[in-house]
Design a protein around this ligand. Structure first.
Ligand code: S3P
Length: 168
């Protein structure tokens, strides 16, 4: 299987970069969060609020499995997908993982108005971002390629990925 999985924290540009990367490669574009919301018939925020995070994680894992059965897709993943080691193994086996990063202050700026991101809809989002980045750093670092998007526009990020040899 030959896929590109875009991982990385909320606000690092996975969806916008994924759409353009799919155009450039001619591969199909998949937004996993959109699939999850469609499958459940509810927004991501509502899934978290009504069903809880562990229900969301189980659904995320199931839909990743289904998606990974196809090839030549650019898959934009939710920021927490890398937490599950089986998800990471599956992504490695069925494609390459590109992790987008950004400095914490850039993440804060880009996610400031995002009410649809339940994990950041808290009293102190700065503290929450720092906490989650700390917990997840080692998981994000297992990607095949890391791209810091802090100072780059979408086109430049896509060029960096292609120059980095993805896809081959
Ligand atoms: C999450 C990131 C979100 C979404 C959910 C959980 C996370 O996706 O999957 O709110 O755990 O980081 P984006 O990274 O696309 O915002």
């Amino acid at each position: 299987m030959n896929n590109i999985y875009l991982t990385g924290f909320m606000g690092t540009g996975k969806t916008s970069v994924g759409e353009l990367l799919a155009q450039r490669t001619g591969w199909s574009f998949v937004d996993l969060d959109v699939r999850i919301a469609e499958r459940q018939g509810m927004s991501i925020a509502d899934i978290f609020a009504r069903k809880g995070e562990s229900f969301f994680r189980a659904l995320e894992k199931k839909i990743l499995k289904e998606t990974a059965g196809l090839t030549e897709q650019v898959v934009s993943c939710g920021g927490g997908i890398v937490l599950d080691p089986e998800n990471r193994t599956l992504m490695k086996r069925t494609g390459r993982i590109v992790c987008l990063t950004a400095r914490p202050e850039v993440i804060l700026e880009r996610t400031r108005e995002s009410l649809h991101r339940p994990l950041l809809n808290v009293k102190d989002p700065v503290q929450k971002i720092a906490e989650l980045l700390g917990e997840r750093a080692a998981c994000y670092a297992q990607a095949d390629l890391m791209v810091d998007t802090s100072e780059l526009n979408i086109r430049q990020v896509v060029e960096t990925i292609i120059t980095g040899g993805i896809p081959k």
